[in-house]
Design a protein around this ligand. Structure first.
Ligand code: GLU
Length: 304
């Protein structure tokens, strides 16, 4: 066993929108192996803020599945749905420094005048200097032009990443008009709250990282290290997700499933471990963890 004895603090932060599928198990296992290889602490956080998308019972199901793979959070699991006071406080900080402004625009108003960025429309700044019309509950956006130079960081697997938030993303929403806090704000507040030093997750979140680094800067929070693992794609090149009807992971045969995850991440356990128990295989994977074997891959195929 590997009790935590270093400053490394990692986490797995699933959204409970359905059972764990292969892609999310890769993020769980990758973050766990990296934390334990460095004798660190590994935490699970349930990102259940987007209540309309959350499925009742999914969080418990995910936690049960992780246990079957031998993955236990080193500290009590936290739930974002119970932390809105912390997000409200962060929003107030952004409001009082002038970094966040209320926005009354509808999707249609934005679509009518906006250019496309890398993730949908780049908000054209209509409400930047005051709302164009009143709205009882506005959305709150963060100005991206406070530091207009590109946000840059070195990802442990994907190398140097640079993104111009003003041009590629635009002023982004931190609190939605329906009152829900956005993932980008909550994730930054919680990573700091849990003193996370290393974030290992799927490369589908690579494009979100500059927004998170930017918010960390605005809120004077520390920047963690980032490692983005390749995402699992099916034969059609589509990300495995609920939308592509990815099957839930088979937790009844954890050794077989873990071997598939390790194979996907180009780790090569000796053949005899296939007939051993899950703990032995996991301990081998911790000791021999070599994430560099998937360096530079944003996506890899899987037969799952
Ligand atoms: N909850 C996010 C998701 O499931 C992951 C957040 C993260 O790892 O930063 O996509």
């Amino acid at each position: 066993m590997f009790p935590p004895d270093s400053a490394y603090r990692g986490r797995f932060a699933p959204s409970p929108t359905g059972p764990l599928h292969f892609g999310s198990l890769v993020a769980a296992i990758g973050s766990y192996l990296d934390a334990k290889h460095h004798h660190g602490t590994w935490l699970v956080r349930v990102e259940d803020l987007d209540t309309p998308r959350c499925v009742p019972g999914a969080a418990e199901d995910i936690l049960r599945t992780l246990e079957l793979f031998g993955l236990h959070s080193d500290e009590p699991v936290i739930y974002q749905s119970r932390r809105t006071a912390a997000y409200e406080e962060a929003l107030q900080q952004l409001q009082s420094s002038g970094a966040a402004y209320p926005c009354c625009c509808t999707r249609k108003e934005i679509a009518d005048s906006a250019l496309h960025g890398i993730e949908g429309f780049v908000y054209p700044g209509i409400c930047r200097n005051g709302m164009a019309h009143q709205r009882a509950t506005p959305a709150w956006r963060v100005r991206t032009d406070l530091n207009p130079s590109p946000v840059e960081f070195i990802d442990a697997l994907q190398g140097r990443i640079s993104q111009n938030l003003v041009k590629e993303i635009g002023d982004f929403v931190v609190k939605r008009a329906d009152g829900l806090f956005a993932y980008q704000l909550a994730v930054v507040v919680d990573d700091a709250f849990q003193n996370i030093t290393h974030i290992v997750r799927g490369a589908d979140l690579l494009a979100s990282t500059p927004r998170q680094l930017y918010l960390q800067q605005l809120l004077a929070l520390p920047d963690p290290h980032y490692m983005h693992l390749p995402i699992a794609v099916n034969e059609a090149g589509e990300k495995l997700s609920k939308q592509t009807l990815a099957a839930p992971v088979d937790a009844s045969q954890p050794v077989t499933t873990l071997l598939r995850v390790l194979g996907f991440l180009r780790q090569e356990p000796p053949a005899e471990l296939a007939v051993g128990d899950i703990r032995t295989l996991l301990d081998w994977a911790i000791l021999n963890w070599q994430p560099q074997r998937v360096a530079g891959s944003l996506m890899l195929p899987t037969n799952n």
